[in-house]
Design a protein around this ligand. Structure first.
Ligand code: SF4
Ligand code: SF4
Length: 222
């Protein structure tokens, strides 16, 4: 899932200060799970933003609405009801959702209420950790399903650096060394031979270095 953190309230207030009526728009998917941009957070934010201390003149009128996912145009078209008089949207979605909404309501301004931070998983209740950077050439089959690009502080592809010690990373002694985790996982799986294969450099073109990536469902034309 995509994890996002709320922007500082002052920054959010400054972005909407010049508008009369703003839709605070929650997203019911990832950001609801990590409790940064769902319906409850949208109502909380609207309550906070209704306080005059954040504005030089009167705060904008705020309305709250949430749909299941802002990153899908079909859902937006079906479920986004723009209340009368709205002249800007404050999106509680990730950066993807903000852009899809913005394309749909162009030229109405759409502002982000979150800083989108990473793709992660919940290892324990309420704690999400980054797991994938969408490199486009997944290596997990060779690394015991532990991502060295994301979870090694140096994104090393062929084993640990010289700083690994006692299973932890030299960059942060409280962080497990990804390559130690990979070694012990492969050992438990009886797959240590995988480590004998030297990996050549990653093809970073697949990671988006040639512009935004596109995937089309099979059967959809060029
Ligand atoms: S190897 Fe690439 S695609 Fe696979 S988990 Fe890591 S960043 Fe994601
Ligand atoms: S100690 Fe391990 S996780 Fe940290 S940078 Fe070196 S190889 Fe990567």
């Amino acid at each position: 899932m995509i994890v996002g953190d709320p922007k500082p309230i002052e920054e959010i207030a400054a972005s909407i200060a010049d508008f009369r009526k703003v839709l605070v728009f929650g997203c019911g998917s990832c950001v609801t799970v990590c409790r940064s941009g769902g319906d409850a957070e949208a109502h909380d934010l609207a309550n906070q933003l209704s306080h005059p201390r954040y504005f030089i003149s009167a705060p904008p009128q705020l309305e709250v609405h949430t749909i299941e996912r802002q990153c899908e145009r079909d859902l937006l078209e079906a479920f986004l009801k723009l209340p009368d008089g709205i002249d800007a949207i404050l999106s509680m979605a990730c950066g993807v959702g903000v852009q899809v909404v913005s394309d749909m309501v162009d030229p109405m301004p759409v502002f982000p209420a979150l800083n989108t931070t990473f793709m992660g998983g919940a290892d324990e209740p309420g704690v999400w950790r980054e797991k994938c950077r969408g490199c486009g050439e997944c290596l997990l089959a060779y690394t015991g399903s532990i991502c060295p690009i994301t979870r090694c502080a140096k994104s090393l592809l062929n084993g640990p650096c010289g700083g690994t010690g006692n299973g932890n990373c030299e960059v942060d002694p409280y962080m497990p060394c990804a390559w130690a985790m990979i070694y012990y996982r492969l050992k438990r799986q009886g797959n240590l031979d995988l480590l004998k294969k030297i990996r050549t450099s990653q093809d970073w073109r697949a990671a988006g270095s040639q512009g935004p990536r596109v995937r089309k469902r099979p059967g959809i034309g060029k």
